[in-house]
Design a protein around this ligand. Structure first.
Ligand SMILES: NC(=O)c1ccc[n+]([C@@H]2O[C@H](COP(=O)([O-])OP(=O)(O)OC[C@H]3O[C@@H](n4cnc5c(N)ncnc54)[C@H](OP(=O)(O)O)[C@@H]3O)[C@@H](O)[C@H]2O)c1
Length: 260
């Protein structure tokens, strides 16, 4: 199969590209650095010629309406224009419909674009990647303190497993229309205290004291009420956070993405 991966140079997309190649398919990374701009549509028609599936993993934290949402729309329009029946598989976030945060709203908008487009499409929602959970845990630390929104918990997931599941969907049978795949999450939900303890043990230092900030704003209430936790029907799998952390440098750097 020929599979185009938008955001194929990114943290998740790069892993998806490697997964596809390891399974003997042709992976084509599409992002600005390969001449494809989803915010303008430049380069799209050309890269989508002869494609069997598209994995939409490109994203912008600052311009999600242009890249995640309009990008999904442009992919569908381009496929229609070139008469391609290709399956579009897109990554979204567990609980994005429950938390009124602009980036999460864009993820829901991009799901809706695919639901309303006349193309075979699968949306897979995943929880936060381990690297993001570690970033929250390290970036929120100030001296001997760390902060938590109420009793918020997080159930992070192994990014390599997310890449595998996206590849499974893209290489498996395509639906006739729109499909929401079963949400995926890692094996354990952690409170801020547990996360602080695990990260401190990894770094070989004393855990910080967790200060609970009241969930005053709607976004904070969404997090505090467990909006980002998977529901009972979610598929659980991948490496645990602790196992992933064992492979990371000591002390854990404050970085958003995993090293590839
Ligand atoms: N991080 C998490 O915890 C998490 C959890 C669940 C789901 N997700 C989802 O996973 C996806 C990937 O996240 P990530 O952290 O891997 O992202 P990332 O590393 O920031 O990568 C973003 C990718 O998007 C591309 N891109 C940005 N603007 C573009 C544009 N205008 N046109 C074309 N490509 C563009 C970038 O490449 P260029 O710079 O070359 O354009 C890059 O390859 C996102 O949809 C995110 O919502 C993330």
């Amino acid at each position: 199969m020929r599979i185009v991966v938008t955001g194929g140079s990114g943290d998740l997309g790069g892993r998806v590209v490697r997964q596809i190649s390891a399974r003997g398919h042709e992976a084509v990374a599409a992002s600005r650095r390969t001449g494809v701009n989803l915010a303008t549509g430049d380069g799209l028609d050309c890269v989508l010629e002869g494609v069997d599936a598209v994995i939409h993993s490109a994203s912008s934290q600052t311009k999600p309406q242009s890249v995640d949402v309009a990008g999904a729309r442009r992919i569908c329009e381009a496929l229609r224009r070139i008469g391609s029946p290709a399956h579009v598989v897109s990554i979204s976030i567990v609980g994005s419909d429950l938390i009124p945060y602009a980036y999460y709203r864009a993820k829901v908008d991009s799901e809706r674009v695919l639901e309303e487009a006349d193309v075979p499409a699968t949306v897979l929602r995943a929880t936060q990647f381990h690297s993001l959970a570690a970033f929250f845990g390290t970036a929120g630390r100030v001296g001997p303190l760390t902060f938590s929104i109420g009793n918020m918990r997080i159930q992070p997931v192994d990014i390599d497993w997310v890449a595998q599941r996206l590849t499974d969907h893209a290489t498996g049978p395509a639906p006739s229309g729109y499909r929401r795949a079963t949400d995926i999450a890692g094996p354990t939900a952690y409170s801020a205290d547990q996360m602080a303890e695990i990260l401190a043990t990894h770094d070989g230092r004393k855990p910080p004291r967790v200060v609970r900030v009241p969930a005053l704003l709607p976004v904070m209430r969404g997090f505090a009420k467990g909006g980002i936790l998977p529901g009972p029907g979610a598929e659980i799998g991948g490496q645990s956070f602790e196992d992933w952390l064992r492979g990371q440098p000591t002390p854990m750097p404050r970085r958003f993405h995993s090293p590839t």
